[in-house]
Design a protein around this ligand. Structure first.
Ligand SMILES: *Cc1c(COP(=O)(O)O)cnc(C)c1O
Length: 353
């Protein structure tokens, strides 16, 4: 299917103080789904404008909504490149399937992302650490109070120029383990990037903030015993002789950054494992001196070193100022590949001509 471009003009205005996800480019990709007309309709790229949606649209009532997040970079030689976009398209379709939303042709979805970035490429900031955040999402738009999958959807892609996640540099963050709430349960929706998962986690995040912690580390919802992941990041623990991350149990979001970090660690001959990691093991390893560092992985920050981990009365203290050695090494490697400073051995980057 050809994507029709209704308007091409750009008027780039990027403010000095770029707050994450607050500035949007001139264009959006939009494609409607209509079951009565045989499925996905004509894909278009048009001016960014407000949506005209009925207040009875099913997304507002029963939450059929999923999203993705990836980035396009202006590399050091001026080329524009995206990091593993086909993985995000694949995950978008998996999330869709879980939420009873119709899947899209992965080739069309990828082409839509690339074409939109091509049109709004002057919006990609060139300063170091800056990039263009890409937000594909799908919502149910049928007007109906019946509880069943909607017959109408919108697939939309937005672009947003963003600065470095930590403007003051690669600084470690304090994280609190919660056992008061759970994020997702196995066989539930945790492995889908479904909007409702995030709404459910906001209360824990707000309570952690009050105590001075930036993020929450979730435990498994059944036993509250095994670590799962952080708000929008997967988690890695470096023990003395092993780098471990929780295995994908069904309640954890399979991160593209997680997958890439696992590959790099294997390339570098680390002993890497995906397994159950109990919070008790983490605390005991720390006390025994067997725990070297903890870091999170995700598109927005790439790598986040953990300065402090609180679990009930236990406080695991790492450096407040200096990110961990392995975290820095992974950050340098991944951002090096993304900005074209380091050879892309795995063919992770997709270029826009
Ligand atoms: C998006 C997300 C991640 C990180 O995934 P990436 O593909 O690496 O950006 C991890 N956990 C949750 C809950 C997420 O929403």
């Amino acid at each position: 299917m050809n994507i029709e471009v209704l308007e091409k003009e750009t008027n780039v205005i990027i403010p000095e103080n770029l707050v994450f996800g607050k500035v949007f480019t001139d264009h959006v990709f939009e494609m409607d789904y209509d079951a009565s007309k045989g499925g996905w309709q004509k894909p278009v790229i048009k001016k960014f404008e407000k949506l005209n949606i009925s207040p009875a649209a099913m997304v507002f009532h029963y939450g059929q909504a999923i999203f993705e997040g990836l980035k396009a970079y202006k590399q050091v030689d001026g080329r524009i490149a995206l990091f593993r976009p086909e993985k995000n398209v694949e995950r978008l379709n998996k999330s869709a399937a879980r939420m009873s939303i119709p899947q899209v042709d992965p080739k069309l979805a990828l082409e839509a992302i690339l074409e939109l970035v091509r049109i709004d490429q002057d919006w990609i900031p060139t300063k170091p650490g800056y990039s263009l955040y890409i937000r594909p999402f799908m919502i149910a738009t049928e007007e109906c109070f019946g509880v069943r999958p909607s017959d109408n959807y919108k697939f939309i892609i937005l672009l947003s120029p963003v600065g470095p996640y930590y403007p003051e540099g690669f600084k470690p963050v304090p994280i609190m383990v919660t056992d008061k709430y759970v994020r997702a349960v196995r066989k539930g929706t945790g492995e889908a990037k479904a909007a409702g998962n995030y709404a459910a986690g906001l209360i824990a995040q707000a309570e952690a903030k009050k105590e001075g912690y930036t993020q929450v580390l979730w435990l498994d919802a059944v036993e509250q015993k095994y670590i799962e992941e952080v708000g929008a990041m997967n988690i890695f623990i470096q023990f003395k002789d092993e780098v471990a991350t929780p295995m994908l149990s069904g309640s954890i979001l399979p991160g593209v950054t997680r997958m890439s970090v696992l590959q790099l660690l294997k390339d570098w001959n680390y002993n890497v494992t995906e397994r159950l990691i109990s919070i008790q093991e983490v605390v005991e390893s720390y006390k025994n001196g067997n725990l070297l560092e903890i870091f999170g992985t995700g598109t927005a920050a790439v790598i986040s070193s953990v300065s402090k981990l609180k679990y009930n009365n236990n406080i695991l203290q790492f450096s407040d100022e200096q990110a961990g050695e392995l975290g820095i090494k992974l950050y340098e490697e991944l951002t090096g590949i993304q900005y074209g400073k380091i050879e892309d051995k795995h063919g992770w980057m997709t270029y826009i001509d």
